[in-house]
Design a protein around this ligand. Structure first.
Ligand code: SF4
Length: 463
């Protein structure tokens, strides 16, 4: 991987002006005229949270948002590289913008930008490629491009350095108008695990956490700005706090948020690995009404051998018991999982083990991914690749299975009262992650109690 620039110093928003850095200007408000930007977000909740921070920074600087990428002066492509398909989607987006709107300039950041910066720098319309190592610079670099007198040098500048040099996690800066409904707060970044298929540690670096005080300050500020639900996320969220000088835990963080921010209406936990969903976390979710009845716990495979090959540190029976324990404690909880099919060497019988585990489990939704070889990962060199049509077939079988499970789960809620948050789109979201379609028009960004009346589309009708 070519590392072209040094990592930013500790005061990450104040850029050194020395050798190797493009000069990045500040104070563009009068200089941007009618220029607009668009953020094209790809990937996980952590990535989306970073995209929201960039958007807030640009809004604060006086830029305005374009509805589509093709109307924008600048598009920030906030990329993902978790699969080959994710890479393809990012390249497709860049090519589309360059073809449909050749005047639009492009800034690419995120995990793909960290993994293969030169590949993206060679694409049409791209002015800057900014790896995760330099992500706090994206807002300012975008303002450079938005400036009225910006002249493209004709080739992209790359800002990317060794992500493993990153030792700490800066809080995002946020602003935005009042009345927004849900905010994602990334409290942890990076991952010290070593799953054999996963490219993420190489583009996100070592696990590092925001201090509890920083998290609380950020959440408090978001609540003051009108956010009604906080989604706590991270790349390896269950390890939150272990790296801090005063080590702490996700459980302790959530307790502090609940105790110290009384106006915080609801917290939703993002994905937590199976061994990190502790009995204490399950009890807190069961007993604390402000915690959403929602668990997302990656499974990946129901085969013991495949989990070992994946270097996942739990067994299928541990996972199955965990899911049953949650269901026994919280009968209406949404329980979701990531599942990977077609890992190298996965036999029909090993897939059948996954199918049977899910069939017998109380899972309510799945994210199913056909295995995708990522360069540089141990799994990329493993023998016996599974043909793509077989992976697709397996993925389809699981999606069909979970669709009927999800429908049965939603059907169980009919006739019950659900506390829902009305989103700005007019539909609503329940504690247990069901999309609810109110029969009447309801005030946005408010909590209401509705009775579920019927199955509808992907959710429930309610009044
Ligand atoms: S826990 Fe495993 S799958 Fe998740 S980010 Fe870390 S290495 Fe990747």
């Amino acid at each position: 991987m070519p590392f072209l620039y040094p990592a930013p110093d500790a005061s990450r928003h104040i850029l050194p002006s020395g050798e190797g850095y493009l000069s990045v200007r500040i104070g563009f408000e009068n200089n941007m005229l009618d220029k607009t930007f668009h953020i094209a977000n790809f990937g996980c909740r952590a990535s989306q949270s970073e995209g929201a921070a960039i958007q807030d920074e640009l809004l604060d600087a006086g830029a305005s948002v374009a509805t589509t990428p093709y109307d924008a002066s600048v598009v920030v492509v906030n990329s993902c590289t978790v699969t080959e398909e994710a890479d393809r989607d990012v390249r497709l987006m860049i090519r589309r913008i360059a073809t449909r709107s050749p005047e639009t300039r492009i800034v690419v950041t995120g995990c793909y930008a960290q993994r293969a910066p030169e590949e993206l720098a060679a694409m049409p319309g791209v002015e800057y490629v900014v790896g995760n190592s330099h992500k706090p610079m994206v807002g300012r670099l975008t303002m450079n491009v938005l400036a009225e007198d910006f002249i493209s040098p004709g080739r992209a500048e790359v800002f990317c350095s060794d992500i493993f040099l990153e030792q700490e996690l800066s809080p995002r800066t946020h602003s935005g108008s009042a009345g927004r409904t849900r905010a994602i707060v990334k409290v942890q970044d990076g991952c010290n695990a070593n799953c054999s298929f996963c490219i993420i540690p190489s583009v996100r670096g070592r696990s590092r956490s925001m201090t509890p005080d920083m998290v609380l300050a950020e959440v408090r500020s978001l609540v003051e700005r009108g956010y009604k639900e906080i989604i706590v996320s991270g790349i390896h969220l269950g390890t939150y706090g272990r790296d801090l000088d005063s080590p702490t835990s996700l459980l302790a963080l959530i307790r502090r948020m609940l105790d110290e921010i009384s106006e915080l209406a609801r917290i939703r936990l993002s994905s937590i690995e199976p061994l990190e969903v502790t009995p204490a976390i399950i009890s807190l979710v069961a007993e604390e009404p402000r915690l959403a009845h929602h668990f997302h716990i990656p499974l990946q495979s129901g085969s013991r051998r495949i989990l070992r090959e994946m270097r996942r540190p739990y067994t299928p029976s541990h996972y199955a018991e965990l899911a049953q324990t949650i269901r026994a404690r919280i009968e209406d909880a949404a329980i979701g999982a990531d599942v990977m099919v077609g890992f190298p060497g996965e036999s029909d019988e090993e897939f059948a083990e996954t199918f049977r585990l899910i069939d017998a489990s109380p899972l309510t939704y799945l994210h199913v991914f056909p295995y995708s070889s990522r360069p540089g990962t141990p799994a990329a060199d493993m023998p016996a690749p599974v043909p793509s049509h077989v992976s697709q077939f397996r993925a389809k079988a699981l999606r069909k299975l979970i669709a009927s499970r999800n429908e049965a789960f939603r059907a169980r809620m009919i006739g019950r009262d659900l506390e829902v948050l009305v989103l700005n789109s007019g539909d609503a979201i329940s504690s247990n992650f069901i999309r609810v379609y109110p029969e009447a028009d309801l005030p946005r960004n408010t909590w209401v109690s509705l009775c579920a009346t019927a199955l509808q589309q992907d959710g429930l009708a309610a009044r």
